[in-house]
Design a protein around this ligand. Structure first.
Ligand code: URA
Length: 233
């Protein structure tokens, strides 16, 4: 009899787990605003949707006309760590997600080295549509998309902002200094109402071309890990 009861309880627990028993036993209101399965507030969800729509509604944009898809974001919109790259490449354009090509694979490895992954960070780019032939976005294109990424940062409200490569650095820090001088330092910066600790590091595509520079990227990653520990995030 006891054995039968235990086996019944185990089956019941497995069943509750399967149907997410929090929905049954948790008295708290269920947050139904989900982005990629991450629960976020209704306000954040609306603001992200609005931002996405305003990018979709851009008029007379050559990049948008040429691109297959808008590349808006990947990762966890609740994360306190946001990474920003340059612009989508061919894979990203096809999938509609940032950093899914070879540079993305290296980025995933870099994140894994400090116990991070796409569930723990949020990723976007300065430019949301692929520049043809993967060319660098022009100054004019960057100027056009800058208000969107600035708003994006403000909505996500990260505590740590990681700028990948010189395009993100030039656009968001306004520095024309060489990246080798600017990387590996913390800069406190405000983006609207968001105050973030910003760090610049090498872009993974650059690291694939210049593997000798990986040792510097490793120093930057360790600084991010330490900052994360210090900020208790
Ligand atoms: N390089 C970037 O800067 N962003 C991507 O999304 C992919 C490659």
């Amino acid at each position: 009899m006891l054995k039968k009861n235990i086996s019944h309880s185990i089956k019941l627990m497995q069943y509750y787990k399967m149907i997410n028993y929090n929905l049954i036993y948790n008295n708290k209101a269920i947050n139904r605003y989900k982005k990629n399965n991450f629960e976020i507030s209704e306000d954040k969800s609306k603001r992200l949707d609005l931002l996405k729509k305003s990018i979709i509604n851009i008029k007379n944009c050559y990049l948008k006309k040429q691109a297959k898809n808008l590349v808006f974001c990947d990762g966890n919109p609740k994360s306190k760590i946001m990474l920003i790259g340059e612009a989508p490449g061919a894979h990203e354009d096809k999938e509609g997600l940032p950093f899914v090509g070879r540079a993305g694979m290296l980025l995933d490895k870099m994140l894994a080295a400090i116990n991070l992954d796409r569930e723990k960070v949020y990723i976007s780019n300065i430019i949301n549509y692929r520049p043809p032939e993967n060319r660098r976005p022009t100054d004019e294109e960057i100027k056009r998309y800058l208000p969107f990424i600035t708003k994006h940062i403000e909505i996500i409200n990260p505590k740590i902002l990681v700028l990948l490569g010189s395009t993100a650095m030039n656009a968001l820090i306004g520095s024309n200094n060489v990246i080798s001088k600017m990387r590996g330092k913390w800069i406190e910066k405000k983006f609207g109402s968001c105050r973030a600790s910003v760090i610049i590091t090498f872009h993974p595509a650059f690291l694939m071309r210049q593997p000798a520079q990986k040792k510097f990227a490793w120093i930057d990653l360790k600084m991010i890990k330490e900052k994360k520990r210090y900020l208790k995030i």
